[in-house]
Each structure stands twice: as structure tokens, then as C-alpha cells.
Design a protein around this ligand. Sequence first.
Ligand code: ATP
Ligand code: MG
Length: 238
Amino acid sequence: MLDFKENFLIFFLYSLKKIRVGREKIKNKEQPPHYLMRPEVYYLLSQSQNSLVDSIYKNGAGKKGFVCWFTGLPSAGKTTVAQKVFEILKDRNMLVEMLDGDDVRQSLAKDLGFSRQDRDENIKRISFVSKLLSKNGVGVIASFVSPYKSQRDEVRSRTENFIEIFCAAPLEVCEKRDAKGLYAKARRGEIKNFTGVSDPYENPESPEIILETHKETVEESVKKVIQHLEEKFKHVQS
Ligand SMILES: Nc1ncnc2c1ncn2[C@@H]1O[C@H](COP(=O)(O)OP(=O)(O)OP(=O)(O)O)[C@@H](O)[C@H]1O
Ligand SMILES: [Mg+2]
């Protein structure tokens, strides 16, 4: 028969082990076991604005990073929809970052052109940044033509929670929009390797989301993306 002291020691050691297990879980962005913290409490804490809680659960920890990857022909509506999604998530105090083709071509990929090799290198660099961000709990909103399936699959395999969003407006619509006047230049032969005109675009085979940006309004497209995120991630609630 164990005496009181021995019972107490066993209980104490058992509690320490439980706390260690709980800490590990939180560190791995998983919910601690129910006997340590009720799910409602964990959820409330992980959503709280309290600065102490923030340092534990926010700044990445406790949140799932993801990559919303908008792909499609030039002028298909990638940037337009991505920008609005980004603003909505930011307004919800989420950790988000936007990576857009035009900005990246002016900075991270300034030295690259539009040959197949350079396009692959461009996506490799973006993939590297997206991987770092998503791994640390950031929601990445990325908008790139990314015409080749192999490029998109590579990003999918390297990043956390990759969501492929196909802006499916057909060539005729995109060319008519010609938001930057580049189709006209490409048709006049002033730009080489222009996707849709003199370079291929491989349609995604099974994207998570298809946006029919030629049939729906910008608001409808944005809503589709936000709804998908809300269903998939608890921390994207409004
Ligand atoms: N439903 C829609 N979704 C998105 N854009 C739309 C939609 N309807 C019309 N548009 C218009 O289409 C144009 C799309 O331009 P945008 O710059 O977003 O394309 P993009 O795919 O980012 O092109 P690029 O690859 O050249 O950067 C904008 O002028 C936008 O207002
Ligand atoms: Mg764009």
C-alpha cells in the first residue's frame, strides 16, 4: 500500500508528463489533449488579441500557413481577385503576405526573362519564399501566370496547404480585356514568349478552386475563395 507522500509524488510526476505532452502539441500547432485544455478554450486563446497569448499562439505558432496560388492567362483576373482576398484577410487580423507577378519581376526576379528556363527559375524562387512564409504560419496570396503544370506542382509539393486557384477566363476574353496592353504588343511581335500568344498555358487538371472570371463578378470570385478558406481553416472566420 502506497502512503500519501508516494501517491502525491506519482500524481506530481504524472502531471508533469501531461504538461510536457501539452506543450509539445502547442509547439507543433496541434490542439492539446482534452484533459489538459478544452477545445473551446484552445480555440478562444488562439483567436485572442491578448498580447501574452499573441506571443504564444500568433506570430505563426498555432495557425496554419497556406498558399493561395492564383494561376491563369494574362488579364484573367488573378491580381484583381487576389488583392481583394488579401485585404479581407488582413482586415481579419490574419498574418498574410501578397506575392504578385509584377512586383516579383521588379525585385526577386529582376534578372530573369521569359524563356522556359527563366520562367522555371522565377517560380523556384517564389516557391522558396512561399515555403518559408507558409511554414511559419503565414497565409500567402500568390498571383502568377505560372503556365506550366510542373511548376505549380513543384510549389504544391514544397509548401504548406497549397490551394490552386484557376482563373479560367478564356484567351478571347483575356485578350479583349488586355489590362496592360501586352496582348496587342505580343500580336505586333514586340514581345516574345507571351503566354497565350506565342507561349503555351497548361490548364490546371484538378485545381482546388475554379474562378470563372469571364462569367462571375469580382465579388463572386472573391467570395468563393474566402468561403473555401473559411471551410478549410478555423482561423479564417470573420
Ligand atoms: N470576375 C472578374 N475577376 C477578375 N477580374 C475581372 C473580372 N471581371 C473583369 N475583370 C477585369 O479583368 C482585368 C484583370 O486584370 P488583372 O491585372 O487582375 O489580371 P491578371 O490575371 O493579374 O493579369 P497579369 O497576368 O497580366 O498580371 C481587370 O481589369 C479586372 O477589372
Ligand atoms: Mg497580375
